[in-house]
Ligand binder design. Structure first.
Ligand SMILES: NC(=O)c1ccc[n+]([C@@H]2O[C@H](COP(=O)([O-])OP(=O)(O)OC[C@H]3O[C@@H](n4cnc5c(N)ncnc54)[C@H](OP(=O)(O)O)[C@@H]3O)[C@@H](O)[C@H]2O)c1
Length: 343
C-alpha cells in the first residue's frame, strides 16, 4: 500500500483549506520545542492551517490559547493523538483525512525518554574534562533508560518515538503529495542517535538500556529510506537535532535546580560551542529553517542541527546523518532493512 502516495485530485474531499494555505500538523505540539515551533511557524506564515496533535487535550487547549494570544487570527485546530497507541494513531489519521485534503508539513516531534538514569560519576568527571562539550551534546556514555511494554505489547520508546509516527505516515498516505504537490516530513531526532545503540535484529531495543538513542537512530534511518523510496513521488523527509534544550524532557533527566546550578557553566561553554541552544525557541531553529527551504535543495542524507552562537545568534547547519562517510553503504543498507521491517 505504501507504493501509492498520490491521491487523485478528484478524490479529495471536505476541504476547509484553500489552495494557497499550507496545512501543517505537529505532534507533541503542546510544550517545549513543538510549541516553540508552532509559535515560529505562525510568525512566519499567518495564513497557516496549523493542527496541534497532542495526547492531552487540556494541554493542547492551553497551547492553542497561548498561541492565539500573539496570533489572534490564526487558524489552529486540535487533534487528539497518542503516538504511543496504535488505535489512537488509526483514529486520529481517520479524523485528519476527514478534515483536510492534504498535508504540506508533517512535523514528527513528540518524543519520550522515560526513567532516565544518569551516571553521576561520569557526569562530574566529564564536567571537568575536555570531553564536556561532546558529553552534553550527545549524552554519550551518560544516559540509560528503563523502557517497558505498552498496552499494544510494543516497547514504549520505540512505539512513541518511531513506530507511531511511521504508522501515521502510512495512514496519511492519501494526503501526502496529492495531485503532484510536494509534502514534507520532519523528524525531531537527536545527537544522541547512535549507531552503536541500534540493532536491526532488535529494532524495539528490547534487550538494551539505550532505547532513546536506538529510536532516534532508527528515525534517522527511516528518514533516509523514505527519501530513497519517495523523493521521486514528491515526498521529502528530513531529520533535525535541536541541540540541548531546557524542556520537560531535560527536566526529567536531572531536576531543574541542578540545571539552574550548572547554568553558568553552560553559558560559559556556549562561548566555545554552538550546540547548547538551551531555549525551545532556539531549539526549533532547524525545524523552522526547513519550513522555508525548497525541498529539492536539501541533502536527503543530512541531519540539520539547530545551533546557537555564544552571542545568541541562531543558525542551522547540516551534517551527514551517520557522521562517517565510509559507513554510508552500511547506513543505506540498514535504512532499507528497517523500512522493510516496519512495512
Ligand atoms: N530537549 C532536548 O534537549 C532535546 C534534545 C534532542 C532531541 N529532543 C527531542 O525533541 C522532541 C521534543 O521534546 P522536548 O524537548 O520539547 O520535550 P517536551 O517538552 O517533553 O515535549 C515532548 C512532547 O511530546 C509529547 N508526547 C510525548 N509522548 C507522546 C505521545 N505518546 N503521544 C503524543 N504526544 C506525546 C509531549 O506531550 P505531553 O505534554 O502530553 O507529555 C510533549 O508535547 C522530542 O522528540 C525529543 O526527543 C529534545
Amino acid at each position: 500500500r505504501i507504493g501509492r502516495w498520490a491521491a487523485p485530485v478528484e478524490s479529495l474531499h471536505n476541504c476547509p483549506c484553500p489552495d494557497m494555505e499550507k496545512v501543517v500538523l505537529v505532534t507533541g505540539a503542546n510544550s517545549g520545542i513543538g510549541l516553540a515551533l508552532c509559535e515560529r511557524l505562525l510568525t512566519e506564515d499567518s495564513q497557516l492551517l496549523l493542527c496541534l496533535a497532542c495526547r492531552n487535550m487540556k494541554r493542547a487547549e492551553d497551547a492553542r490559547s497561548a498561541l492565539l494570544t500573539s496570533h489572534i487570527n490564526a487558524h489552529i485546530d486540535l487533534l487528539h493523538l497518542d503516538v504511543g497507541s496504535v488505535q489512537s494513531v488509526l483514529t486520529a489519521a481517520q479524523e485528519v483525512k476527514a478534515r483536510y485534503n492534504r498535508i504540506d508539513f508533517l512535523y514528527l516531534n513528540a518524543g519520550i525518554m522515560p526513567n532516565p538514569q544518569v551516571d553521576v560519576k561520569a557526569l562530574f568527571k566529564g564536567l571537568f574534562s575536555r570531553n564536556v562539550i561532546n558529553m552534553f551534546a550527545t549524552a554519550e556514555g551518560l544516559l540509560t533508560q528503563q523502557d517497558r511494554l505498552n498496552s499494544d505489547g510494543l516497547q514504549e520508546v520505540f512505539a512513541t518515538n518511531l513506530f507511531g509516527h511511521f504508522l501515521l505516515i502510512r495512514e496519511l498516505e492519501p494526503l501526502l503529495c496529492p495531485g503532484g504537490q510536494t509534502s514534507r516530513i520532519v523528524w525531531t531526532s537527536s545527537s544522541n542517535a547512535r549507531r552503536s545503540a541500534f540493532s536491526i535484529e532488535d529494532i524495539q531495543h528490547r534487550n538494551g538500556t539505550e532505547p532513546y538513542s536506538s529510536s532516534k537512530y532508527a528515525s534517522d534511518m527511516l528518514s533516509l529510506a523514505l527519501n530513497r523510496h519517495k523523493n521521486s513521488q514528491g515526498l521529502f523527509s528530513s531529520v533535525i537535532c535541536p541541540g540541548l534544550v531546557m524542556t520537560n524532557l531535560t527536566y526529567g533527566i536531572l531536576p531543574s535546580f541542578f540545571w539552574t546550578l550548572i547554568m553558568p557553566i553552560m553559558w560559559l561553554i556556549r562561548i566555545f560551542t554552538n550546540t547548547f541552544t538551551l531555549t525551545p525557541y532556539n531549539g526549533a531553529e532547524a525545524l523552522h529553517w526547513l519550513f522555508v527551504q525548497n525541498p529539492e535543495s536539501l541533502d536527503p542524507r543530512a541531519k540539520y542541527h539547530s545551533l546557537t552562537s555564544g552571542l545568541g545568534k541562531n543558525y542551522t547547519q547540516s551534517r551527514q546523518v551517520s557522521n562517517q562517510r565510509p559507513l554510508l553503504p552500511q547506513t543505506l543498507y540498514c535504512s532499507s532493512l528497517l523500512y522493510v521491517n516496519l512495512r
